[in-house]
Design a protein around this ligand. Structure first.
Ligand code: NAP
Ligand code: MG
Length: 479
């Protein structure tokens, strides 16, 4: 088979030192493509190309940046069905979810095309006579972008688009599970009018390619999305050589359901947040904290809805929940189901490997009633495994919601304005949802969390400028 997915280094497509295979998790007999895998030397070539292109791209006009990013956004939107099909086939989320993600990636490029035209600065009077002060934002330089597999177009988009909009050059390393999506995005970017070296794609493992990027003295800033363990090792390495670093990591997001909530809506939000995209979202609702007065009613409704979810091939019409992305992820999900049972959590539904007409990593969505101390209620599982936790009242629910090392996102379902307002203020997270699922965010506003979930400035929206620019203060004698 011809290598389908290559590196893009210094304006040229390159094959790798070794090859990897991208599989369809809904049908293991379907090979999405072979992909090139880089060694450290090839990754270093890409970093050098980005360093050599720094000056040219930093000097580009806002209009040129706008045109490049707008062209990428337009093509993603125009081809959203085709690229969404590739995404669903490679990652395993359902086709409607995958098409939605592709459109979102397009919208993100369009947003940052506009941001390139409005890079802000400030002019102030000096405290001294005859002096003017200007505050401007300049590109950081070469940025290394390391992405996970679970949003293989949207997360790269929300890193690459602001990096280029603010005049940086890029070395992008996607997760090895999704090289096809990364290649498709790079192929569009390669035709958008960038100078050679301004954008580079290097496929390969985290340990080899990722680590080379993290350790290279030529890389000025690293934006990483992935697991806490890898994020912490990147933080230590980047801090040691004083590179700028931004980390988006895991979550164990609570959805609080109070007794006064519209229960049917709350059940839908819980189902959506816990199980859609196979629970493989950092914003998934994995702890559903329900006020005692409605607990039994809610649990029964949720159990019935969970059992009725249609698990199947990501490209099949009617599928609600696709497979786990990989065998390792499926095994992790099943291991946590077993841990839940061993620890004495009350099993309500699912948690079994499923057979379908095609061989894939299928799992029935699992629901438990857990105690707050149970591991399934504390550790990120990253699969369709959710737990219900009983709360005595609102104050107890809030305390349970905040009782976690993570702090990405939290939701509340209630008809009480005062409780919703209190929760918005006191949830120790970066994003709060009222009467909405915890997952599902807008592309034009900041995204990120607190505590063990995030480190460094926010991503997305105009706040992305904090990470992708560096501030300069200039003093000029005016007379
Ligand atoms: P991961 O294992 O941490 O991998 C993320 C990326 O880092 C991949 O590209 C990986 O490469 C690379 N990597 C691995 N080891 C590395 C190293 N030593 N140095 C540099 N790079 C390295 O995470 P994942 O399994 O892909 O994704 C699941 C995790 O991502 C979950 O914990 C989830 O919560 C988190 N996530 C967070 C957000 C958020 O915004 N907060 C969004 C989505 C996902 P390879 O895998 O190709 O080897
Ligand atoms: Mg991983």
């Amino acid at each position: 088979m011809a290598v389908a997915f290559k590196h893009y280094i210094n304006g040229r497509w390159e094959t790798g030192v070794t090859l990897g295979v991208s599989e369809n998790p809904s049908d293991l007999s379907d090979v999405v493509g072979e992909f090139a895998r880089a060694d450290a030397a090839q990754a270093e070539n890409a970093i050098r190309a980005a360093a050599d292109a720094r000056e040219a791209w930093a000097a580009s006009t806002p209009q040129r940046r706008f045109e490049v990013l707008d062209a990428v956004g337009s093509e993603l939107l125009a081809r959203k069905d085709e690229l969404g099909t590739l995404l669903a086939r490679e990652e395993g989320k359902t086709l409607p979810e995958a098409i939605g993600e592709t459109a979102r990636a397009g919208q993100i490029f369009k947003f940052f095309a506009g941001e390139a035209l409005r890079i802000p600065g400030q002019k102030l009077a000096s405290v001294r006579p005859g002096v003017e002060v200007e505050i401007t934002r300049e590109p950081v330089g070469v940025v290394g972008l390391i992405a996970p597999w679970n949003f293989p177009l949207a997360i790269p988009a929300w890193k690459i688009a602001p990096a280029l909009a603010y005049g940086n050059t890029v070395v992008f390393k996607p997760a090895e599970l999704v090289p096809g999506c990364a290649w498709a995005l790079a192929e569009i970017i390669s035709r958008a009018g960038l100078p050679a070296g301004a954008f580079n794609l290097v496929l390969g493992s985290g340990r080899r390619v990722g680590q080379t990027i993290v350790e290279s003295p030529l890389v000025d800033a690293i934006s990483f999305t992935g697991s806490v363990g890898v994020g912490e090792s990147i933080l230590a390495a980047a801090t040691a050589r004083r590179a700028k670093v931004q980390l988006e990591m895991g979550g164990k997001n609570p959805l609080v359901v109070l007794a006064d909530a519209q229960l049917d809506r709350a059940v839908e939000h819980a189902i959506q947040g816990a199980y859609y995209s196979t629970g493989q979202r950092c914003t998934a609702s994995s702890r559903i904290i329900v006020e005692s007065a409605v607990f039994d009613r809610f649990a029964e409704a949720m159990r019935q809805r969970t059992r009725a979810l249609v698990v199947g091939h990501a490209l099949e019409r009617g599928t609600q929940i696709g497979p786990a992305v990989s065998r390792e992820q499926l095994e992790q999900d099943l291991a946590y189901v077993a841990i839940g049972r061993q620890e004495g959590a009350e099993w309500l539904a699912g948690g079994e490997a499923l057979e379908r007409p095609t061989r894939g990593h299928y799992l029935s969505p699992a629901l438990f009633v857990a105690q707050p101390r149970h591991r399934i209620a504390r550790e990120e599982i990253f699969g369709p495994v959710a737990c219900l936790i009983r709360a005595d009242d609102y104050e107890h629910a809030l305390a349970l919601a905040n009782d976690t090392p993570f702090g990405l996102c939290a939701g509340i379902c209630t008809e009480s304005l005062s409780r919703a307002t209190h929760f918005k203020r006191h949830a120790q997270v970066g994003m709060v949802m009222v009467n909405l699922p915890t997952a599902g965010v807008d592309p034009h506003v900041p995204f990120g969390g607190r505590k063990a979930s995030s480190h460094g400035p926010r991503e997305q929206g105009s706040y992305a400028a904090e990470f992708y620019t560096t501030v300069k203060t200039a003093y000029t004698a005016s007379g």
